[in-house]
Design a protein around this ligand. Structure first.
Ligand code: NAD
Ligand code: ZN
Length: 379
C-alpha cells in the first residue's frame, strides 16, 4: 500500500509499505478515505519530538472504511465508515473511565506521560498513522465512531482532532458569559477555538498571529477580532490596553512548541536535551491574562519543557489548564453541532492533495505557503 514515510527532519515521502495486519483480537483495519496534516505533525516533521523513528508513518487525523476486524470487535463491522479519534485509548483504565481518553494509562507501553496517539513517534506509543491507504486501529470497540448518515467526510475528518481540540480549549478555559477571550495562534486549532469560544458565552474574541492571511481567515470564519503581533511593540501591553488595563478574562495558547524555538525535551532516557527556551505564546498568555484568570493550553510542548513563568502564575493567582483533547468524550455533542450547522469544520479546508504528494503538503503547510490553512490528503 502507499504510505507516508518519515526519513528525517523535513524529509517525508510517499512509498509502498506492507499492508497493516490484525495483531490483537480488538484491532480493526481501516481503509483511509481522508486524512489531514496537523500542526502537531509539524513537531514531528521538524524533528522536535523525541524518538521519531525513520520509516514511520505519521497521521492521526483520518476517517475511513472498516475492511477487517479482529475476533473480539463488536462495535464496528466491515463496511462501516468511521471517525477515528486521534487518541488511542483502552476505554477501561482509571483515566478512560473518567472520559480522559487522551490520557489512557494502558495504550502507551512506552510509559511516557501521554496516552498513545496514531502516527506520533514512540514517545506516544509507536503506532503507525493514517497518512496511508490502510491503518491498523487498536481498541476498535473504543475509539471509532460511525460517520452519521449524510455527513460529508470532509467534516468527519476534522472531527478526529481539530474540532474537539478547539472546542476543548474553550471548554477548559471556563469561559463565563461576556468574557473577553484571547487566542494566541491562528492555525486550524486557534481558529476553531476562537469559533467555539462563542458557544460558551464569550462577549469578545480576539485572535493573535503573525500571518495576515490566517488573521483574515479567522475574522471571517470565527467572527472575531484579529491582530498581527508583528505590528505590535508588545503583545502583552496590546492586550492590556484593549481590555482597559485589566487583561483578558481567559487566554488560549494554540501555538505550542513552535514559539518555544527549542527542541522538545524528554527524560524517556533515549535522548536528554536541556536547552532552555522561552515559550513566547505561553509567556504572552500568562502575562496578558487578568489576575485570577485562566490560561488554557492546547499547543503542544515536550514532556519536560520548563517554560512557565511560575512567579507570575503565583502572583496573579492564575488557573492553568492543559491537555490533549479527549476526542471520544466530545464526539456526540460535536457531531450534533456539525449536523445542526453550528460548526462548519470543512470550511477550514483550503487544499486537497493526493497522498502521493504528501511531501508537497508538508512543505506547504510548514512554510505557510499558498494561504494554506488545512490540507486533506486523499489516498
Ligand atoms: P499551525 O502550525 O497551523 O498553527 C500555529 C500558528 O501559530 C501559526 O499560524 C503561527 O504563525 C502561529 N504562531 C507562532 N508563534 C506565535 C506566537 N508567539 N503568538 C501567536 N501565534 C503564533 O498548527 P495548528 O494545527 O493550528 O496547531 C496548533 C498547536 O496545537 C500545535 O502546537 C499543535 O501541536 C497543537 N495541537 C494540540 C492538540 C491537543 O490535543 N492538545 C491537538 C491538535 C493540535
Ligand atoms: Zn492533529
Amino acid at each position: 500500500m502507499l504510505a507516508m514515510d518519515y526519513r528525517g527532519p523535513k524529509r517525508v515521502r510517499a512509498v509502498q509499505k506492507p499492508m497493516p495486519e490484525i495483531k490483537h483480537p480488538q484491532d480493526a483495519i481501516v481503509k483511509v478515505l481522508r486524512t489531514c496534516i496537523c500542526g502537531s505533525d509539524l513537531h514531528l516533521y521538524n524533528g522536535n519530538v523525541p524518538d521519531t523513528r525513520v520509516g514511520s508513518t505519521f497521521g492521526h487525523e483520518f476517517v475511513g472504511e472498516v475492511v477487517e476486524t479482529g475476533a473480539e470487535v463488536t462495535k464496528v463491522k466491515v463496511g462501516d465508515r468511521v471517525i477515528v479519534p486521534f487518541n488511542i485509548a483502552c476505554g477501561e483504565c482509571h483515566f478512560c473511565r473518567q472520559g480522559m481518553f487522551g490520557n489512557c494509562h494502558e495504550s502507551n507501553t512506552e510509559a511516557t506521560a501521554v496516552g498513545a496517539i496514531f502516527g506520533y513517534s514512540h514517545t506516544a506509543g509507536g503506532f503507525n498513522g493514517g497518512q496511508a491507504e490502510y491503518c491498523r486501529v487498536p481498541y476498535a470497540n473504543v475509539g471509532p465512531v460511525i460517520v452519521p448518515e449524510g455527513m460529508d467526510l470532509d467534516d468527519a475528518v476534522l472531527l478526529t482532532d481539530v474540532v474537539p481540540t478547539g472546542y476543548q480549549a474553550a471548554e477548559m478555559a471556563g469561559i463565563q458569559n461576556g468574557d473577553t477571550v484571547v487566542v494566541f495562534g491562528a492555525g486550524p486549532i486557534g481558529i476553531m477555538a476562537a469559533r467555539c469560544a462563542w458557544l460558551f458565552g464569550a462577549g469578545r474574541v480576539i485572535i493573535i498571529d503573525q500571518e495576515d492571511y490566517r488573521l483574515d481567515f479567522a475574522r471571517n470564519y470565527s467572527y472575531c477580532e484579529a491582530y498581527n503581533f508583528k505590528e505590535m511593540d508588545d503583545p502583552v501591553v496590546f492586550v492590556k490596553k484593549i481590555t482597559d488595563w485589566i487583561g483578558a478574562d481567559v487566554v488560549i495558547d494554540a501555538v505550542g512548541a513552535e514559539a518555544a524555538g527549542n527542541t522538545m525535551q524528554t527524560i524517556t532516557g533515549r535522548k536528554l536535551l536541556l536547552q532552555a527556551g522561552s515559550a513566547t505564546a505561553l509567556h504572552w498568555a500568562i502575562n496578558s491574562v487578568k489576575k485570577g484568570g485562566v490560561v488554557s493550553i492546547v499547543g503542544v510542548y515536550g514532556p519536560t519543557d520548563n517554560l512557565v513563568p511560575i512567579g507570575n502564575v503565583l502572583n496573579k493567582g492564575l488557573t492553568i489548564r492543559a491537555n490533549q483533547a479527549s476526542v471520544k468524550r466530545l464526539l456526540p455533542r460535536l457531531i450534533q453541532h456539525v449536523q445542526n450547522g453550528v460548526l462548519n469544520p470543512k470550511g477550514l479546508i483550503t487544499h486537497r492533495l493526493p497522498l502521493e504528494e504528501v511531501a508537497d503538503g508538508y512543505r506547504m503547510f510548514s512554510a505557510k505557503l499558498d494561504n494554506c490553512i488545512k490540507t486533506v490528503l486523499l489516498p
